[in-house]
Design a protein around this ligand. Structure first.
Ligand code: PEP
Ligand code: MG
Length: 608
């Protein structure tokens, strides 16, 4: 008993940013992003054989993965291009390198990770000095192979695939590729060291309806898979190694909240009707199959945004046309007669998904989204073919992410037209597909009138719009206080874009996280939005709020907001006017207040 008590690590608490509400008790499942943290550990003589065995098993595992990737690459791009993986396989089979690593483990009594890292780094430094450009660049292959072996050594990969019911995902940051690989349907909560309200970890967690916190700084460094953990996003707190008293308190609170929970909201029609008769369409944003049930459960009017990059579980490895075709057909069927908008792979930036992103100095401004697609034409053509074919099964449209101006649209449209012509020649079943543009960078806002002439619809990505208009990293919790969705420059950009769409008589769907926050949704309607797309579980509360307002009041308030000079002024107006007109719809905590309360304005207590 005494030994037990003393060996239990002391309880530790972290404060972070709550991005999806809830309270859970579970066990940590730590997910590594990359191989940044490799530490030396001195092992006992008796453990040397075990470390060598671990190293050999990791090499075998890496080989198995590489062979599978090589097969997939051969299917997608042809045998000629799959040879790159032969070079990686040869490195893994290099007896001399393996012997050196094993000798290092024996001589230095080092852990296998450290031996791989030290020997790998030595090899890399030799390559870095080679004069020949081609040979020098092979260094990146070595890096890749080292990375893969280290990942296999982490021993946590198999756990990914086998999530236990109580798993709380703890990570530095979650990339779509990691999310796609995890069986998140079984996760209890997600907590990450980095991130903000609009980071993808947050969006996914809200989509799955599980609690999430971001901005926990160094939690991942201290948590180990299997540790007990409490995630209390109502109080913005994470407790690692909770004491018995904390566990008892937490269980009592979970029980109290379960008793107070209201009945599940009735599924709506996907259309909100303001008291003066304005119709607002409410669609669903989806990323993962685990979220699909929410589309009909909450009565969404089809799928306003399908983030297709979440299909890609392996960084740098694309899915075959056939696999994509099956995935998009499923989305079309799920969406029903109101259809779905498939966004082309929005890779790069905070979405990672390709090794390129890691090597870019400024990934958010780099090879992201449509730029990535246009420079990787095979990838773009494969995806476009799969979507056009799946559109024969149900209504699907394509939206181009992060276009900067008309030329991005024209280049993509040309490829879409060519692929359709080829498919028709091949006698494949094809469906009609409209092409839209995501308006989410300033240059697209400034040229919105021109872009409107060459697309069939707009989608306003307010998450990126705020990021790029205000130059605030959406995934960096340190600048979360500068991420002001109600900044007058953001509102002006939204207003201008909606006007451009109206003038060109094309639809405009607002699909960023602003749409799922009731107070912001009212401002959006005041700015002229009539089509919103959001996390399905937000649809009932946004419907309830929009049904309770007069859109003419919303327009009057939005007009006042547009005349403001600062985000503080806008927030003050929103707070005062909303409280005066609709006190029953907006309890004070759901409205923006002073800057320090920015962080709670998105959250709405489900108990209300
Ligand atoms: C957005 O930027 O608002 C958006 C909808 O897309 P994502 O969050 O995936 O970048
Ligand atoms: Mg975006």
């Amino acid at each position: 008993m005494i030994a037990d008590a003393s060996s239990k690590p002391a309880e530790r608490r972290w404060q972070g940013l709550s991005v999806s509400e809830g309270l859970v008790l579970g066990r940590v499942l730590r997910i590594h992003r990359g191989t940044k943290h490799v530490y030396p550990a001195r092992i006992e003589v008796g453990d040397v054989a075990r470390e060598i065995k671990r190293f050999r098993e990791a090499v075998d595992q890496a080989k198995t993965q590489l062979l599978a990737i090589k097969d997939r690459a051969a299917n997608l791009m042809g045998q000629d291009h799959a040879y790159i993986f032969d070079a990686h396989l040869l490195m893994l089979e290099d007896r001399k390198l393996s012997e050196e690593i094993e000798n290092f483990i024996t001589r230095k009594r080092a852990n296998a990770e450290w031996a791989v890292k030290v020997l790998g780094d030595r090899l890399l430094s030799v390559y870095a000095e080679i004069k020949d450009d081609y040979l020098r660049e092979r260094g990146s292959d070595i890096e890749d192979v080292i990375h893969r072996v280290l990942e296999a050594l982490s021993g946590e990969r198999p756990a990914y695939l086998d999530l236990v019911e109580e798993a709380v995902i703890v990570s530095e940051d979650l990339l779509p590729s990691a999310v796609a690989e995890l069986d998140l349907g079984h996760a209890r909560a997600i907590v990450t060291d980095a991130g903000g309200w609009t980071s993808h970890t947050a969006i996914i967690a809200r989509g799955l309806g599980i609690p999430a916190m971001v901005g926990l700084e160094d939690l991942c460094q201290h948590a180990r898979t299997g540790d007990g953990i409490v995630v209390d996003s109502y109080n913005s707190e994470v407790v690692l190694h909770p004491s018995n008293a904390t566990i008892a308190q937490c269980l009592a609170e979970i029980q109290r909240r379960a008793g107070a929970r209201p009945a599940a909201p009735a599924s709506g029609t996907g259309i909100a009707l303001t008291s003066d008769g304005l119709q607002v369409r409410l669609r669903a944003n989806v990323e993962l199959p685990a979220e699909f049930a929410g589309v009909s459960k909450y009565g969404a009017l089809g799928i306003g945004l399908y983030r297709s990059e979440f299909l890609l579980a392996q960084p740098g490895v694309m899915l075959s046309e056939e696999k994509q075709y099956r995935a998009y057909s499923e989305v079309a069927e799920l969406a029903g007669e109101n259809g779905a908008v498939v966004r082309l792979f929005d890779l790069g930036g905070d979405k990672g998904g390709d090794s390129v992103a890691d090597s870019e100095r400024n990934p958010a401004l780099g090879l992201r989204a449509i730029r990535f697609c246009l420079l990787n034409e095979t990838v773009l053509r494969t995806q476009v073919r799969a979507i056009i074919r799946a559109a024969a099964k149900g209504q699907l449209d394509i939206v181009l992410p992060m276009v900067a101006d008309v030329s991005d649209v024209m280049r993509a449209r040309e490829i879409i037209t060519q692929e359709r012509a080829k498919l028709e020649k091949e006698n494949e079943d094809c469906g009609p597909v409209r092409v839209g543009a995501m308006i989410e960078v300033p240059s697209a806002v400034f040229t919105a009138e021109k872009i409107a002439r060459v697309v069939d619809f707009f989608e306003l990505g307010t998450n990126d719009l705020v990021q790029y208009v205000l130059a605030v990293d959406r995934s960096n919790d340190k600048v979360a206080d500068w991420f002001r969705s109600l900044h007058p420059a953001v509102l002006e950009s939204i207003s201008r874009t909606l006007k451009a769409a109206r003038d060109a008589a094309i639809p405009a769907i607002v699909c960023g996280e602003m749409a799922s926050t009731p107070a912001y949704a009212v401002v959006l309607v005041g700015l002229g939005a009539t089509d919103l797309s959001m996390t399905p579980s937000s649809i009932p509360r946004v419907t309830r709020v929009l049904n309770g307002i007069d859109s003419r009041d919303a327009v009057a308030i939005a007009t006042e907001c547009l005349a403001c000079a600062t985000a503080d002024e806008v927030e003050e107006i929103v707070r005062e006017r909303f409280l005066a007109r609709w006190p029953q719809l907006f309890p004070p905590r759901t409205l923006p207040a002073k800057k320090t309360q920015q962080r709670v304005d998105h959250m709405q207590d489900r108990e209300r």
